[in-house]
Design a protein around this ligand. Structure first.
Ligand code: ZN
Ligand code: FE
Length: 260
């Protein structure tokens, strides 16, 4: 049963290392150096690289890791992924080599055009889990660099439909800024206030706020709550006009967050 370990990179990235016995796979190694030093320190053998999308802070370490150890590289079929050996799209499933973790693939375009997420219905002791890259963040969502609000809303909807207990492993520590924005949208949400207080304490203690869970995101993340009356009304007030539906509200929220 694998353990999931955060490796910090750059200012706020998490590279997720999945560890089973003496083996390790990494998700979105934007930088090889902190991964390699963890592997060396712990005496682990790298068995696979998984990438969610093509941005440099997610794939930048692929080449250097592959130079040390030629492992399979799993990545989205519709994006350029350095060293990719297995091109994946929604409906594909595979077992992470050396780890024994069974994953299925979801297409979650929006942040980038070909972004994928990896879902484990059974992560063993880690429970059901998903590696979501820069699509769903704790308390927020990724910026729309290559996709439309409708695409991103649909992608987030796929993740929101996962079981509530699913642990959400996103790739950045953006949580406090996201939750402060969420509170501006939805000041009356008691679960949100409680989450912000808890996660502020975690950051004060130097502890990651990730993973969260799908249930927690459904209760507190405005980007999953655009159809909720209070969130929808806040989006209409921000826009200064009536909005036709949840996708329009989502688009207003995303623009609002960009300027927050
Ligand atoms: Zn990105
Ligand atoms: Fe990123």
């Amino acid at each position: 049963m694998p353990a999931i370990i955060p490796i910090r990179a750059f200012s706020d990235n998490y590279i997720w290392l999945v560890r089973e016995g003496g083996n390790a796979a990494v998700v979105d190694p934007g930088d090889a150096a902190p991964v390699q030093s963890y592997l060396d320190r712990e005496g682990l053998t790298l068995t696979a690289i998984l990438n969610t999308h093509h941005h440099g802070d997610h794939v930048g370490g692929n080449a250097a890791l592959l130079a040390r150890c030629a492992v399979p590289v799993f990545g989205p079929a519709r994006e350029a992924i350095p060293g990719r050996t297995r091109a994946l799209a929604e409906g594909d499933a595979f077992t992470v080599p050396g780890i024994g973790l069974a994953l299925s693939v979801l297409d979650v375009p929006g942040h980038t055009a070909g972004h994928v997420a990896y879902v484990a219905a059974d992560g063993g002791e880690a429970g059901p889990l998903a590696f979501v890259g820069d699509t769903l963040f704790a308390g927020g969502c990724g910026r729309l660099f290559e996709g439309t609000p409708a695409q991103m809303a649909q992608s987030l909807g796929k993740l929101a439909a996962l079981p509530g207990a699913t642990r959400v492993y996103c790739a950045h520590e953006y949580t406090l800024a996201n939750l402060r924005f969420a509170l501006a949208v939805e000041p009356g949400n008691a679960a949100l206030r409680a989450r912000l207080a808890r996660d502020e304490a975690r950051r004060d203690a130097g502890v990651p706020t990730v993973p969260s869970s799908i249930a927690e995101e459904l209760a507190t993340n405005p980007f999953l709550r655009a159809a909720e009356a209070a969130v929808f009304a806040a989006a209409e007030a921000r826009a200064g006009r009536r909005l036709a539906g949840a996708v329009d509200a989502f688009a207003v929220l995303r623009e609002w967050k960009n300027a927050f």
